[in-house]
Design a protein around this ligand. Structure first.
Ligand SMILES: C[S@@+](CC[C@H](N)C(=O)[O-])C[C@H]1O[C@@H](n2cnc3c(N)ncnc32)[C@H](O)[C@@H]1O
Length: 286
């Protein structure tokens, strides 16, 4: 343990941790140190600032050191803390699910403002992961129930945990399925999905925080990144009611070709993320 953490005030511990993380190549070294120290001390980040001179006891120092060691090995803060904020809600996350990304909030916002949801709306979230999309829609609309599916049983367990805690008054049905393979009902008003869409080749170049910790099945979209998306569009048609909506996230390179739509779908909207990049598409069944 270094001299700085031995001295043991909040400020010295933060300075030591930020320097350790910076050396490990972590750009958000200060922020991450603050988040992890907040966790250990049970203080908010603002409270850390007004407690810079607060001494830390041995137990606190050891627990902080253990968390910093995990982050040094590039484990994302969300997995270390076991939670991630999405749409102003705290989601339980572990290594079985993708950490919810802010860009996905843009798709949820569009759905809540434009999809005309009501109590009777029938929705399915395909590839639900942590359940962040399903929960955010249920919590912020009058929709009473939702179907969620995922190819990963472990991911489904995380989604169910979040749905149970965050939507106690709503109904959900969870089904393990590769896309629609095990989905029996059809006539959905809305199908939403954030499928894996990174080109296999590109995966190697991503940060170790992602490649070494997040599930590959949540990321890998095949050779051109669009394998799951194209299957999703193809299969969705059968499961939507007439004029039902398919809303899906994709990479900024994704382009819709006429042979994908084939008079079966009309394009309703091309959505952008917070950085202004094309990020999701809304199709309507014709
Ligand atoms: C990019 S993650 C999205 C998770 C979550 N919906 C979100 O927005 O954070 C993609 C999810 O799709 C699931 N998945 C991958 N292939 C699938 C398939 N063929 N059928 C159903 N789900 C699949 C993965 O297990 C993962 O949970």
């Amino acid at each position: 343990m270094s001299g700085q953490i031995k001295k043991g005030t909040v400020l010295s511990a933060l300075m030591w941790a930020a320097s350790e993380l910076r050396t490990a190549g972590i750009e958000s070294s200060r922020l991450d140190s603050e988040l992890l120290l907040s966790e250990v001390l049970g203080l908010s980040r603002v409270q850390l600032y007004i407690n810079y001179d607060r001494p830390m006891n041995q137990d606190e120092k050891e627990r902080f050191l253990a968390l910093i060691k995990r982050r040094q090995k590039r484990e994302p803060v969300a997995y270390i803390l076991g939670r991630k904020e999405f749409f102003s809600l705290q989601f339980y996350v572990d290594r079985n699910v993708l950490i919810p990304r802010p860009e996905t909030e843009c798709m949820v916002e569009w759905i809540l403002s434009n999809a005309g949801l009501n109590e009777e709306s029938r929705l399915i979230d395909v590839g639900t992961g942590s359940g962040c999309i399903a929960v955010s829609v249920l919590r912020n609309s009058s929709v009473r129930e939702i179907f969620v599916s995922d190819i990963s049983q472990e991911a489904l367990a995380v989604a169910e945990r979040n749905l149970k805690i965050l939507c106690p008054d709503k109904k959900y049905f969870a089904i393990r399925s590769s896309l629609f393979e095990n989905v029996r009902d059809s006539g959905y008003d809305l199908i939403v999905s954030n499928p894996p869409y990174i080109r296999t080749e590109l995966l190697k170049s991503l940060s170790p925080d992602i490649t070494e910790f997040e599930p590959r099945i949540a990321l890998d979209g095949g050779r051109d990144g669009n394998e799951i998306i194209l299957r999703l569009i193809e299969e969705s048609h059968r499961y939507l009611r007439d004029k039902g909506l398919l809303v899906f996230e994709h990479s900024e390179e994704f382009g819709l070709r006429e042979d994908i739509l084939r008079d079966r779908f009309g394009v309703v909207f091309l959505g952008r993320d917070y950085s202004g990049r094309p990020r999701f598409t809304v199709l309507k069944k014709l």
